[in-house]
Every structure is written in C-alpha cells, then in structure tokens.
Design a protein around this ligand. Structure first.
Ligand code: PAF
Length: 282
C-alpha cells in the first residue's frame, strides 16, 4: 500500500491500475478509522480491483471550530488498518493541496435535501463543505464507484444528487450502517464518549427499535411513532436536536408512514453529537 499526498501522484496510481485492467473504487474518509470505514473498504474490495481511500479532515464542513480541533488525527494507525483491509493507495492530501491559495469555488446542492435535518441544525455551510470536498476528491480520483455509509443518510442523498447533477461519471454505493454488538452505530466520535455517556447513547438504537416496533404493531401516525422513539431518549435524559420522520428522497416531514420513511435522529450525549437513522418500512 502506498500513501500519496498530491492529486498528480494519485492520478498516476489510478492510471497505472487502469492500465493493468482494474476498475477503481474509492472510500472517502476523514480518518480515525473504525470498523464502519473498514466495512466500506470490504465492500469496495469485493467489487473493484483497485481501492483508494482518501483521508482528509475537511475543515470546510465543520461548523464548530472545537469539533474540528477535537477530530482525531492518527494517520499511522489508520494506514495500518487500511492496509490490512486491502486498500491499495491512501490519498492523504494537505489542506493546501485541496484548497490552494485563492480557492474560490463552492459546490452547493440546493433545496430541501440540504436545508432539512443536518442542514438546519449544523447550518448550510456543512453540506457546501461536503459537496465541495467530495466533488474534488471524486474528480481527483475518477473512481468507477465510491462507497459511503448509510449512517450519514443525508450525506449519501446530497452526494448522489451532486454527482447526478454535475454528471460526474461515478456510481455512488450506499453501504449499511455498521454497528457495535450493542447496537450503537460506529462513529469516530464514539471514542470521545465516557463509559457512562456510551451507556446512555444506547438509547439511540433503542429509539430506532421502538419506532420500528410501534410501526410493526400497526401505528402509522408519524407523531405517535416519534413519541415512541422519543420516550427511549427521554429515559436517558437525552434531548434530540431532531427526531424526524421524513420522505427518504426529499427529507420533507411525513404525517403517516404508509410508504418507506426515514427516521433520523441527532442527539448530544454530553459534548458529543451523534446521529443515526433507520428506514421505517410499513
Ligand atoms: O463522511 C465523511 O467522513 C466525510 O463527510 C467525507 C465524505 C469524507 C467528506 O469529507
């Protein structure tokens, strides 16, 4: 496995792989790798001959400076995990490589899919940062497929729309949320939870389960399903930033779950902001 720092070096690696007849998969990350990222690598490895992982803590998508500073940076251990999982090349650019002096372009995906949920709570700048960096990463690598986790369901929706709208020739492959055995969705932020906070955070998967159980018992009213989920959070004194049942394509709120709907949750457990979601299928 090689680590490259420039777009020119990355393009050389990818051109070499293509000359050897390989298709190329890309797993964009911000590092601090955990089994969730590695599950994306395994999915890429299963269907592509050459796998690129990007590791770049993208400053433009953080709307809280503290969050950016607190984000773990651990390239050496990340590289070891990536290599063991079968990554061929890590692209770990500097900020200056990604945002050279005078950088003046923003990719903005408009409409409800960026305005709701994370867009509403973290601010519009978050998805501008994501769309801009992901378009730049995809254009640097030009993979056949790029793999994203469904824990960030809204991000998958935004990136898919951007790729479609800009005609970037890559297939976006959403991969199932990877969970610890106790149900907590894997996230680099989990490492910042104390033992007690981690135990309280289990109310999040329980809330998703309670919503699914309410639906399975015949309850179709979104408000009643939300209340069932909310009770699990309240039992641990957690207040949701949002607890929403929305149309999975538009993220508009739904009143009844008579077609698949997305239940999306954002909660602060102590200082740590966690998100999770599940598709509710009647
Ligand atoms: O999901 C992430 O880790 C980031 O948002 C991404 C897609 C790597 C862009 O910085």
């Amino acid at each position: 496995m090689r680590i490259v720092r420039t777009i020119a070096q990355l393009r050389k690696e990818v051109a070499g792989a293509r000359a050897r007849g390989s298709e190329v998969g890309m797993v964009p990350t911000m590092g601090a790798l955990h089994d969730g990222h590695l599950s994306l690598v395994h999915a890429a490895r299963a269907d592509q001959g050459f796998v690129v992982m990007s590791i770049f803590v993208n400053p433009t998508q953080f709307t809280e400076a503290e969050d950016l500073e607190a984000y773990p940076r651990q390239e050496a251990s990340d590289a070891a995990l990536a290599e063991a999982a079968g990554v061929d090349v890590i692209f770990a650019p500097t900020a200056a490589e990604m945002y050279p002096e005078g950088f003046a372009t923003t990719v903005h995906v408009g409409g409800s899919i960026t305005e709701r949920l994370e867009g509403e709570t973290r601010g519009a700048a978050h998805f501008d940062g994501v769309a801009t960096v992901v378009s730049k990463l995809l254009l640097a690598c030009m993979p056949d497929r790029a793999y994203f986790g469904e824990k960030d369901a809204q991000q998958v929706l935004v990136v898919s729309r951007m790729v479609r709208d800009l005609g970037i020739p890559v297939r976006i492959v959403p991969c199932p949320t990877s969970r610890d055995e106790d149900g907590l969705a894997r996230s680099s932020r989990n490492a910042r939870l104390s033992e007690g906070e981690r135990a309280r955070a289990l109310a999040i998967p329980r809330a998703l389960g309670a919503a699914a159980a309410a639906l399975a018992s015949g309850e179709c009213e979104a408000e009643a399903i939300r209340e069932a989920a909310g009770r699990e959070l309240a039992a641990e004194d957690l207040v949701a930033e949002y607890l929403a049942i929305v149309d999975p394509d538009t993220l508009d709120a739904v009143e009844r779950v008579d077609a698949p709907a997305l239940l999306a949750i954002a909660v602060r457990v102590g200082e740590v902001r966690l998100i999770d979601n599940a598709v509710l299928t009647p």
